[in-house]
Design a protein around this ligand. Structure first.
Ligand code: GTP
Ligand code: MG
Length: 318
């Protein structure tokens, strides 16, 4: 089986705009299930990788976001990228097509993620639509709702999520379906807010990581009427007030990763814009920032990679 990562160096040497125009896109496909931390580490050690971590209460829509990103990429250019391979193709297929077939329904459904103690990762190799054939590697982390529930309740459990240090983007989903219903609204906000609080309190976030609160299932919020929609800016203001000083770059988005078939065709699902921003490279750390960063002793190698990488970047920065 060919190896996408191994061919990358060769591509860097040979890919020119002319070559790109003449040659048909070559797509390497890798069979593989969702990756463990060790597999993910193997990818990060070989190539620069963007790690995007999705957090959120059970059922908030994390897996559906991953599945929809993969589905859109497999249909053609998406968010400025072309799909160019994956080491977790079977994993993606499992959360997309198999679920659809298994449910036998017209409306796709995402199966509940089986809770695990370890994060799992889904790999994407992408090429920029307008910029040659150099591959960009992205890891999407699908962490079970249970793991985040534990993290929310215990600083100790949160500290086990060491891979968060390495994340380029952290996306905390606020469940739109629960926001839309007055009886579950406050709990939905508290769940999302509690998760980010745990990460901040346990100092799990890299200061340069993008942190987004994402209102998910926008179609259901809109379907619930104007009063439900009005909750979104109010919730944003509340969360902004709470985190403004502790997470300066905090941003807010609204997405419908898998809108109901009945929802308006005019509704913007927001997924492409969101994915484009999550995959933007982080700025290298200022020298004084990386000098202050010390990985915890119990961090996995995958997390420590982040420090080694940024130490190198910092050393090369005049
Ligand atoms: N209408 C609508 N439903 C959605 C949307 N996104 C997700 N869902 C549904 O919400 C339910 C939960 O989504 P999941 O992606 O499984 O949520 P999760 O956060 O991965 O849940 P756990 O794995 O249990 O933590 C599924 O039935 C999805 O089909 C959306 O944009 N619109
Ligand atoms: Mg899930």
């Amino acid at each position: 089986m060919a190896d996408a990562i191994a061919t990358e160096a060769k591509e860097k040497e040979t890919a020119t705009p002319t070559a790109v125009a003449k040659e048909p896109a070559f797509v390497d496909l890798f069979a593989g299930t969702a990756m463990s931390a060790a597999d993910a580490e193997a990818v990060t050690l070989r190539s620069p990788v963007q790690l995007i971590v999705f957090a959120g209460a059970e059922g908030s829509g994390k897996t559906t976001v991953l599945a929809s990103i993969y589905e859109r990429l497999s249909q053609g250019p998406f968010a400025g990228f072309n799909f160019s391979g994956s080491r977790s193709l079977i994993g993606f297929e499992e959360i997309c097509h198999l679920n659809r077939l298994a449910s036998g329904s017209v409306q796709p459904e995402t199966q509940r993620t089986v809770p695990t103690e370890e994060a799992t990762y889904y790999h994407l190799a992408l090429t920029r639509e307008k910029a040659g054939r150099q591959r960009h590697h992205v890891l999407l982390s699908a962490v079970s709702g249970e793991l985040f529930r534990l993290a929310k309740n215990s600083r100790e459990d949160c500290a086990r999520l060491t891979f968060l240090h390495r994340a380029d983007a952290i996306v905390v989903l606020v469940d739109g379906a629960r926001l839309a219903a007055p009886e579950s609204r406050e709990n939905a906000i508290a769940d999302a807010s509690g998760i980010l609080s745990s990460f901040v309190d346990a100092e799990m976030l890299d200061a340069r990581a993008r942190v987004d609160f994402v209102f998910s299932k926008l179609d259901l919020v809109i379907a619930a009427g104007q009063s439900a929609e009005n909750v979104l800016p109010k919730t944003q203001a509340k969360l902004e007030a709470k985190f403004r000083t502790r997470v300066p770059g905090l941003r807010f988005r609204r997405i419908a990763a898998r809108p109901d078939a009945s929802s308006s065709a005019d509704m913007k699902d927001g997924l492409a814009e969101a994915f484009a921003s999550w995959t933007e490279p982080k700025q290298p750390a200022a020298r004084e920032t990386w000098l202050r960063c010390v990985p915890p002793n119990n961090a996995r190698e995958f997390s420590k990679f982040g420090w080694r990488y940024f130490e190198r970047v910092g050393r090369d920065t005049p």
